[in-house]
Design a protein around this ligand. Structure first.
Ligand code: FAD
Length: 435
């Protein structure tokens, strides 16, 4: 059987693309080496971030660099092998982080963020996943009056972009979260129109189940090679899985550990692994990983919380999840295959325990996963460039869970040659090939 579209990757981004395509009458096969939503889209902080209209630039002030340098921080750590391996991407990241460039990047980024909750809502309703969602915002805690004032001033300007907030005193915080100890904090921003998901993996699975209900096909297998069909010798077609395949003409051959599949269009939505798949075709985008860790702690009457809380000055999140209270670290600049390094999480846990009692860990070992990052802080969404009917949808860094559905919608509109909800030009894959 030949598919209209094969999507590689069943994280939030790939699942959303597959869902939109299938809903709009394409015959779609989604391939992943794991079941849907078990990699980066499993372990994130579960926030659908309508407030995330600002990007995460590389620290450029000397004071910031001096702070990060000793590699003991809770928000960002780095490993030398990663600095060496990704040095070119990091140099570009530094360059794109100049304030004037960030302003332009953010104006483009905001065109995606504006659609995040409405696009999730469409998929939530279709998949009956409403019980996973809380629409009561999240809390950005501040330890210093200076950072709170800057955040509050910025938040007022952000209203123009549809972001709603309220500045909270410590007493107001205490009223919202009576179990938390806010000693050392001066107040918070309550982001009102962002949403909390109680189990990010289950939301991806709910979308994937709805995709299957629409006759979409999911196969659990490792993709080992992708080949444009023009290059295939049709006398020697491997039909391990599909015996009636029509391998002639244009399109794609996707080789996996359970057999070979064919399609007209191919979408690469493999998150931080995307480059591995496309490099053999001559693409080398400056995608780099930013690892994060999480661990759950059992919930009791003493530590129940209702909102995710982000310690702005220390860079970690404490969130109420189905599995327990999820403590999520900031970023570790490390390589994909590096062993887990629990130093950052240990320091985060010391701080978190001052806010909430976290007596019993749910898992013996913390989870780790990698945000797929691009140096200009924007995802890649659109045609690959060198090959017909090859589409990219990856590199959403800190907000891929938020942006999966709008990305999926855009991929569908591109493949079906419709008018676009958002101009994808700023997210094109060719932007790194220029000069
Ligand atoms: C600690 C942490 C906290 C975060 N918090 C948030 C948050 O609160 N809100 C938010 O919006 N974002 C958050 N993010 C970012 C977000 O999780 C990611 O941007 C998003 O999950 C990326 O989704 P994806 O579908 O691109 O990638 P993934 O979810 O990683 O999916 C890619 C899939 O491709 C599959 N794959 C790769 N290679 C192959 C192959 N060769 N064959 C078959 N399958 C393959 C993988 O198995 C995987 O399932 C956070 C990230 C981290 C690490």
């Amino acid at each position: 059987m030949r598919y209209d579209v094969i999507v590689i990757g069943a994280g939030m981004v790939g699942t959303s693309a597959a869902w939109h395509l299938q809903k709009n009458n394409s015959k779609v096969l989604m391939l992943d080496r794991k079941l849907p939503g078990l990699e980066t889209s499993y372990g994130n902080a579960g926030l659908i971030q309508r407030e995330a209209i600002h990007t995460h630039p590389f620290p450029r002030q000397i004071t910031e660099l001096v702070r990060v340098m000793p590699n003991q921080g809770t928000d960002i750590r780095y490993r030398i092998p990663a600095i060496l391996r990704y040095h070119q991407a990091l140099l570009q990241y530094w360059k794109y982080s100049a304030p004037a460039i960030v302003k332009q990047i953010e104006s483009e980024w905001q065109t995606l963020i504006a659609h995040c909750t409405s696009e999730h809502q469409t998929m939530i309703e279709a998949s009956g996943a409403d019980e996973l969602i809380t629409r009561d915002g999240w809390l950005q805690l501040h330890r210093s009056k200076e950072t709170l004032k800057v955040a509050a001033d910025t938040a007022i300007l952000d209203r123009e972009q549809g972001v709603e907030h309220k500045v909270l005193s410590v007493d107001e915080l205490k009223a919202l979260e009576p179990n938390a100890n806010f000693d050392g904090f001066v107040g918070a921003i309550h982001w009102l129109n962002s949403w909390q998901v109680s189990n990010p993996s289950l939301l991806v699975k709910a979308y994937a189940k709805n995709f299957e209900q629409m006759q979409g096909v999911i196969k659990e297998t490792d993709v080992t090679q992708i080949i444009p069909l023009d290059n295939v010798n049709t006398d020697n077609v491997d039909t391990d899985v599909d015996t009636d395949v029509d391998a002639g003409g244009k399109g794609w051959k996707v080789v996996t550990t359970i057999g070979t599949f064919y399609s007209d269009n191919l979408v690469i939505a493999a998150g931080p692994w995307s480059n591995e798949l496309i490099k053999p075709l001559g693409y080398n985008l400056p995608l780099f990983p930013m690892r994060g860790y999480h661990q759950h702690f059992k919930v009791s009457a003493k530590n129940t919380i209702h909102h995710s809380m982000f310690d702005m000055d220390k860079g970690f999140v404490m969130g109420p999840m189905q599995q327990g209270i999820r403590i999520t670290t900031g970023a570790e600049m490390t390589t994909m295959d590096a062993p887990k390094n629990f130093g950052q999480l240990k320091t985060v846990l010391k701080l978190a325990r001052k806010i909430l009692p976290l007596d019993e860990a749910v898992e013996s070992e913390a989870w780790a996963g990698s945000r797929p990052c691009m140096p200009d802080m924007k995802p890649v969404i659109g045609p690959a460039g060198k090959h017909d009917k090859l589409w990219f949808a990856f590199g959403h860094s800190h907000q891929g869970f938020t942006l999966g559905p709008i990305t999926g919608r855009l991929v569908e509109e591109l493949i079906h040659d419709k008018s676009l909800t958002v101009d994808v030009e700023p997210f094109n894959a060719q932007r790194f090939c220029k000069a």
